[in-house]
Write a protein that binds this ligand. Structure first.
Ligand code: IMP
Ligand code: MG
Length: 179
């Protein structure tokens, strides 16, 4: 794939991320305290680093599952549906479900994913997103837990890609295009 030349400006350090993940996991552990039916669902692929760090700080019995949905690309249709590319392996009926997402941008993906999961009757359904770009929101959807609110910039790292690259960066950086 050909992409424009760009550099990456560090926005959130690996150390800040680690501290925030620990705090989020503490709140999540308190919220679900006592449960023995927690399943943490990572939305592929952007959440894979975040979910790996997050579950290791959650102090509860926990199962991990993954869901992959199609992104709608740059489509500007109003009814932007998402399709399931890879479904969960397990049932979530009666379970306490925590969806882990990398970024909530327009909110379309998350709102469709939640609608799909709600039809399966989980006992509780909550969301933890690493990043939130509230200024971009088109659909009224919120995550109970947010790692960081960020401005309307295209970011990479810590699992998040630009054209499939940069997922391996340990920090979050903003992409800046250069000539
Ligand atoms: P939404 O449906 O518009 O909320 O888009 C959410 C998805 O778009 C995220 O899960 C990301 O996969 C992708 N996305 C949104 N913003 C960025 C970004 O700044 N960098 C990389 N991917 C992004
Ligand atoms: Mg995504």
């Amino acid at each position: 794939m050909t992409t424009q030349n760009y550099v990456i400006d560090e926005m959130i350090s690996a150390k800040s991320i680690a501290a925030r993940v620990e705090a989020l996991a503490r709140e999540i552990s308190e919220h679900f305290a006592g449960t023995d039916k927690l399943v943490v669902i990572g939305l592929l692929r952007g959440s894979f680093v975040f979910i790996a760090d997050l579950v290791r700080e959650i102090d509860l019995p926990v199962e991990v599952d993954f869901l992959e949905v199609s992104s709608y690309g740059n489509s500007t249709e109003s009814s932007r549906e998402v399709r399931i590319l890879k479904d969960l392996r397990g049932e979530i009926e009666g379970r306490d479900v925590l969806v882990v997402e990398d970024i909530v941008d327009t909110g379309n993906t998350l709102s469709h994913v939640l609608a799909i999961l709600r039809t399966r009757n989980p006992a509780r359904l909550e969301v933890c997103a690493l990043l939130d770009k509230p200024s971009r929101r088109e659909v009224d959807v919120t995550a109970r837990w947010i790692g960081f609110e960020i401005p309307d910039k295209f970011v990479v790292g810590y699992g998040i890609d630009y054209a499939q690259r940069n997922r391996n960066l340990p920090h979050i950086g903003a992409v800046r295009f250069i000539a």
